[in-house]
Design a protein around this ligand. Structure first.
Ligand SMILES: *Cc1c(COP(=O)(O)O)cnc(C)c1O
Length: 421
């Protein structure tokens, strides 16, 4: 499979005239079509709702268009709650899935009427204390311990993860919550990240559906929703298969009908908290080649760096690269494509086969729409890039300006110094 940029050289040049590189650009059309495909895949479940994981792309314009597609916001912090509120998400449009939660954040989530997903059983009393009451519906995060496997493949090790609570703790928390006035429950688990198999959600769903049945039987609690959380992945590499969301939705439906329907628990709504799947493929990091050097390897130096996209430096993650205008050229050069941080892991690509690259060429790094700009940082005094929305009608809008030196210095006290350029 070839990876095709949604941005042409011509369009990129037009945008760069008013917005210099580097910037992340998001494709409204792709985002909307994908959100609709997800909704269609779960249309069999009348209560289905996707709560977009705000941390993936915390920009109000992105949240707004997802809200228009019927999504809510999954928040994990005070500022993410503020963002959700700013775009008009209220009450049950918000899922609050946090851990190590500060009082202020918990209180805010309660005040907004969000669904609160408790990470630990001690948070029952914590919530009750800071909010003065408990909500009518509360979600509990599950950790099954051990390892989570699909077939013979170990996908992740929940037993080593800090999140969630044991089944006994969940049952106990439900009983305590019901005494305090809670009437309905959600259950949640996030057991593997960036999965590229269509089996992940159905397998997770089967686990959570069986758990829902056991918890209902043990406590009499009414389970109102099952939150499958995030974890559906994307094909970062061109040779990887794409997740088929219709097949995933169908797989979950089969588990639902075989586990929940016979128990008369078929009023359970399915929620998701996808981040990567919703946005990653619909974002590019656009960058210009500043320098080339020829030492023991061939290096291409970009005006973007790990401050704009941390995943390669942090996880050794692969992001596909297209050289705009050279889409059809032969890949007869081998380059390390780097940013300018004083860190040798600031490499967007290592020994990558690419067409011949010249200074001034415009490169697109694919699949940066989620966990891209949002993971950025300011190491080396690097300033984070702009964000641009490419509209369905072909126009574009600056939805976050690039940082300026004043932003970088904003939290320092210069009253005793002379900060001038
Ligand atoms: C990060 C996160 C998500 C989104 O994960 P993706 O891999 O982007 O789908 C959803 N829920 C919670 C609680 C998270 O921490």
């Amino acid at each position: 499979m070839e990876k095709i940029s949604f941005l042409t050289l011509e369009k990129a040049r037009e945008i760069i005239k008013s917005i210099p590189t580097p910037f992340h650009i998001y494709d409204e059309n792709g985002i909307r079509e994908n959100a609709r495909a997800l909704k269609a895949a779960f249309a069999w479940n009348p209560g289905f709702k996707e709560y977009f994981a705000v941390k993936a792309t915390p920009n109000p314009y992105i949240l707004q268009l997802l809200l228009e597609e019927g999504c809510g916001c999954d928040c994990s912090s005070y500022t993410e709650l503020m963002l959700a509120k700013a775009v008009g998400a209220t009450g049950k449009d918000i899922m609050f899935s946090s851990n190590v939660t500060p009082e202020k954040d918990m209180r805010k989530a309660y005040e907004l009427g969000a669904y609160i997903n408790l990470d630990d059983s001690t948070h029952v009393e914590f919530l009750h204390r800071v909010a003065g009451a408990v909500p009518e519906t509360v979600c509990l995060r599950y950790n099954p311990g051990g390892s989570f496997s699909l077939g013979n493949t170990i996908m992740d090790m929940p037993g080593h993860a800090k999140y969630g609570m044991t089944e006994d703790q969940m049952a106990n928390a439900m009983v305590r919550l019901m005494k305090l006035g809670t009437k309905h429950f959600g259950i949640h688990a996030f057991l593997a990240s960036n999965t590229t198999t269509n089996e992940y959600y159905p397998e997770l769903a089967a686990n959570l559906f069986r758990l829902a049945v056991r918890l209902h039987k043990a406590t009499g609690a009414h389970i109102a929703f099952v939150n499958l959380s995030g974890g559906v992945g994307v094909d970062y590499r061109p040779e990887q298969p794409k997740c088929d969301i219709a097949a995933i939705g169908e797989g979950v439906r089969q588990q639902y009908e075989s586990i929940l329907t016979p128990e008369g628990m078929d009023d359970i709504a399915i929620f998701t908290e996808l981040g990567r799947f919703m946005l990653a493929p619909y974002g590019h990091l656009v960058s210009t080649v500043l320098h080339q050097k020829h030492i023991y390897r061939e290096y291409i130096g970009l005006d973007a760096c790990a401050a704009d996209l941390m995943r390669p430096a942090m996880y050794g993650a692969y992001h596909h690269i297209t050289v705009l205008g050279k889409e059809d050229a032969v890949l007869d050069h081998v380059y390390d494509v780097t940013g300018g941080l004083c860190e040798n892991n600031d490499k967007f690509a290592i020994e990558r086969s690419l067409p011949q690259i010249d200074i001034g060429d415009i490169l697109v790094l694919h699949d940066t729409g989620a966990h891209g700009h949002s993971m950025g940082y300011n190491y080396n005094g690097k300033l984070r890039s702009a964000e641009v929305l490419l509209r369905t009608d072909g126009s574009f809008k600056l939805i976050r300006r690039a940082e300026k030196p004043a932003d970088y210095f904003a939290t320092l006290d210069f009253s005793e110094f002379d900060l001038s350029e």
